[in-house]
Design a protein around this ligand. Structure first.
Ligand code: ATP
Length: 292
């Protein structure tokens, strides 16, 4: 580990990225400790991806320092994959596009993310949630000690989003890897997020999800009207899905046609927690190519 890193995997100080005479992000301090879950939030174009890519060395900092642990192994799921989903490509092939891996390891990874049955499926037929799971499995093949997930719930519905966050938490708990998560849409924050950094070209505020959501800087950035509640997800499972599709209540025999029953009480609502605005102007400038 490099000096000054202490127990951190990444330590950035006063980090800035300038392109074409414009600062994309500036004065960012960010450390990621082993096993920690850190979430970057902010509106579109606020510099979240740039910050994450600079942290792992895909983008070079123009200012400040970026230190990485010598034993850092990154599993990266970029926001945009340089893979055309309309091309004929199976999940198994996707898993091995850039990583050499045995069939056994590949199958284990698919099993871990809950899609072992999709090994031979074409990626263009996958649902948004299944595709994200395949990408997660692929990232885990590297046995990372830092998982970097740029918008991992894109194209996923609300229930799928919760399931994915649970899966990410499980993977972290099992493997002890740190997670750097990027989100522009903060209607559900992973309950296990240790720290949130709110970016808007610089770090507006930082802390626990609760303290960030309550901070004036966050409120100013996302606006009072953005939302009236941010839900920190705390799911209580009251049922189980069996492989044959049946749903059973916890401690109960198989029942008829039950469904997920997330209710308002599953969420911890806070009246000072605005939500990132959907539909903010999309960033249009060209982005650095993601190495996957
Ligand atoms: N290589 C580049 N050259 C010039 N500008 C860039 C480059 N990469 C990103 N930008 C610009 O930098 C700003 C921050 O982009 P970035 O992708 O980091 O934001 P983001 O917060 O991740 O956005 P989004 O939520 O839309 O993904 C945007 O205005 C973007 O257009």
């Amino acid at each position: 580990m490099q000096s000054g890193l202490s127990n951190s995997l990444i330590a950035m100080e006063n980090m800035g990225v300038q392109r074409g005479g414009r600062w994309l992000v500036r004065d960012v301090d960010l450390t990621i400790g082993a096993g920690e879950i850190v979430t970057l939030i902010g509106p579109n174009g606020s510099g979240k991806s740039t910050t994450a890519k600079t942290a792992i060395g895909i983008v070079e900092a123009s200012a400040g320092t970026v230190r990485r642990a010598h034993d850092l192994v990154v599993g990266y799921v970029p926001q945009k994959l340089a893979v055309d989903r309309s091309l004929p490509l199976t999940v198994a092939r996707l898993m091995r596009l850039t990583t050499r891996t045995s069939t056994v390891a590949m199958r284990q990874a698919l099993e871990r993310v809950g899609i072992p049955h999709l090994e031979k499926a074409e990626i263009h037929g996958l649902s948004g949630g299944e595709f994200q799971r395949a990408l997660l499995a692929r990232a885990m093949l590297r046995k990372p000690n830092l998982l970097v997930l740029d918008e991992p719930v894109q194209g996923v519905d609300f229930a799928g989003e919760i399931a994915l966050y649970e899966l990410i938490s499980e993977l972290r708990d099992q493997d002890g890897c740190a997670v750097l998560l990027i989100s522009h849409d903060l209607h559900v924050v992973m309950a296990k997020t240790d720290r949130v950094l709110c970016l808007n070209g610089h770090v507006c505020c930082e802390g626990s999800p609760r303290s960030v959501a309550a901070s004036p800087a966050y409120r100013q950035l996302f606006g009072d009207r953005a939302a009236d509640a941010l839900a920190i997800y705390r799911h209580k499972h009251d049922h189980t899905h069996l492989p044959d599709g049946q749903v059973v209540a916890a401690n109960d025999a198989p029942g008829e046609g039950g469904g997920c029953s997330c209710t308002e009480s599953d969420f911890d609502h806070h009246d000072l927690h605005p939500v990132a605005q959907r539909g903010a102007a999309e960033a249009t400038a060209t982005k650095e190519t993601d190495n996957v």
